[in-house]
Design a protein around this ligand. Structure first.
Ligand SMILES: *[C@@H]1O[C@H](CO)[C@@H](O)[C@H](O)[C@H]1NC(C)=O
Ligand SMILES: *[C@@H]1O[C@H](CO)[C@@H](O)[C@H](O)[C@H]1NC(C)=O
Ligand SMILES: *[C@@H]1O[C@H](CO)[C@@H](O)[C@H](O)[C@H]1NC(C)=O
Ligand SMILES: *[C@@H]1O[C@H](CO)[C@@H](O)[C@H](O)[C@H]1NC(C)=O
Length: 410
């Protein structure tokens, strides 16, 4: 009895020392690769990217998982992709569900300017460091971001990639790419090789992806530290879109298509509050049948109404990108834009070193086009447009979208 206690004490001390050793090892590995990462900043010559920084030390991860009793989550690497992606019409679910309404922009996109990524990153850095440019929560540190606000950061440990998904900015297809990369599988099925073979339900099911918000449950008190190590070492990317065009796109896909969930949760309260409808129909089918829909103006009014955020944070489809992805706390290596999706996708897959086995799914027809903006906003009062700009100004500025002057003047 008397001997058991010191023994346990030694055991506990041993574990602590082990963990500390791991942290120290990990940190030094992390810092070493940090330089590799920043070396990516200047435009790199074509060819395979330095891969040394990519693979996460698997032994350490496995050891930690054993130590902490977290589930092992390291499936087999997926075999190289076989068939090329199908044509631009895409799978049937896309046309049925009105997927992203995307279309190829008329004509090919121009080639990238040589320093495009460097320019986008330095714009972000400059405005994040600029004290006279302020927006809510800008100055907090990464540690102060609550876990539930990290639920858009998807991690792939096998390739060392972190993707912050922004709804209405090609996120379905980038999530598909993340599924192929991380080898996640559905039930007992084989890992997916072809992004387009992955069903939409699986893509958007939150249990499919490993996000930072799940780290707490897995790693407990070590989770913040692990996140920071991964943020240092991994390639982090996001895709953004002109904020006003993104809003139009969100409105089209959630309120112009029959979407029961969005009808009940958002359209019904909007109809009550802004369209003078005390008892809207119970289902979206009935409402559409009766010709009743929320207007774009109702939607804008909902966004501008201070009561909206008091009830709950904006839905992710219209939440500001800086609130989803924390670009002043996380130093993104690659900032893609929907407006230049095809070439940005090709460049990013090259950067990740997976361009030979993975093709980004082609875009779809009927994408919300920037040229429609004037038409959509014509029905919105000028004062509302100006308030709306204020609400999304940080996204415009941080990601280099020009202020839509013509919409903000008489
Ligand atoms: C900082 O931000 C302010 C307000 O947006 C802007 O007017 C100013 O030019 C910025 N300064 C620098 C150095 O970028
Ligand atoms: C998401 O996936 C989990 C696990 O496969 C499943 O139990 C759940 O029903 C799915 N949720 C939806 C909304 O499909
Ligand atoms: C709202 O609807 C009621 C009855 O449907 C009508 O009497 C009232 O004038 C309407 N109010 C407005 C502001 O349109
Ligand atoms: C494209 O979208 C517009 C507006 O939502 C719609 O009226 C039109 O039918 C769509 N075209 C195709 C080819 O789906």
């Amino acid at each position: 009895m008397a001997k058991a206690r010191p023994f346990r004490l030694w055991l506990a001390l041993g574990s602590v020392v082990m963990i500390l050793l791991i942290i120290v090892y990990w940190d030094s590995v992390g810092t070493a690769h940090w330089y590799l990462h920043t070396a990516l900043s200047p435009p790199r010559p074509p060819g395979p990217p330095p891969s040394a920084g990519r693979a996460f030390p698997a032994e350490v991860d496995e050891f930690l998982e054993k130590l902490l009793g977290a589930p092992k989550r390291r499936p087999e690497p997926p075999p190289a992709s076989g068939r090329p992606p199908p044509g631009p019409e895409g799978g049937p679910e896309e046309s049925v569900r009105g997927y992203d309404w995307s279309s190829r922009a008329p004509g090919p996109e121009p080639g990238p300017e040589p320093d495009e990524q460097a320019a986008r990153r330095s714009l972000l850095r400059d405005f994040c460091a600029n004290a006279s440019f302020a927006f809510p929560a800008k100055e907090r540190s990464f540690d102060d971001i609550p876990n539930y606000e990290l639920n858009h950061l998807i991690v792939d440990d096998r390739h060392g990639v972190i993707y912050c998904y922004v709804p209405k900015a090609a996120c379905t297809n980038w999530k598909r790419v993340m599924i192929v990369l991380s080898g996640s599988r559905r039930g007992g099925g084989a890992p997916y090789r072809d992004p387009l073979a992955i069903p939409r339900e699986f893509v958007h099911n939150s249990s499919t992806h490993l996000t930072f918000s799940k780290f707490w449950r897995r790693y407990g008190k070590l989770s913040r530290h692990l996140m920071k190590v991964k943020l240092k070492k991994y390639t982090k990317f996001l895709f953004v879109r002109d904020p006003f065009v993104r809003l139009i796109s969100a409105f089209r896909s959630k309120f112009q298509l029959e979407n029961e969930e969005f009808y009940r949760k958002f359209a019904v309260p909007m109809l009550r509050a802004y369209a003078n409808r005390t008892s809207p129909p119970a289902s979206v089918r009935e409402a559409f049948g009766a010709g009743l829909r929320v207007s774009f103006a109702n939607f804008i009014q909902y966004l501008l109404d201070p009561r909206t955020e008091r009830r709950a944070p904006f839905n992710e489809h219209w939440r500001q990108v800086h609130r989803l992805c924390h670009p002043c706390q996380i130093e993104y290596d690659f900032v893609g834009k929907l407006e230049t999706l095809d070439r940005d996708a090709a460049q990013l897959l090259r950067l990740l070193g997976v361009d030979r086995r993975l093709h980004f799914p082609p875009s779809y027809r009927n994408r919300t086009a920037s040229s429609w903006e004037e038409g959509w906003f014509a029905q919105i009062p000028l004062a509302w447009r100006q308030q709306l700009y204020k609400l999304y100004e940080a996204d415009f500025v941080l990601f280099g979208y020009p202020k839509p002057e013509s919409l903000l003047r008489d």
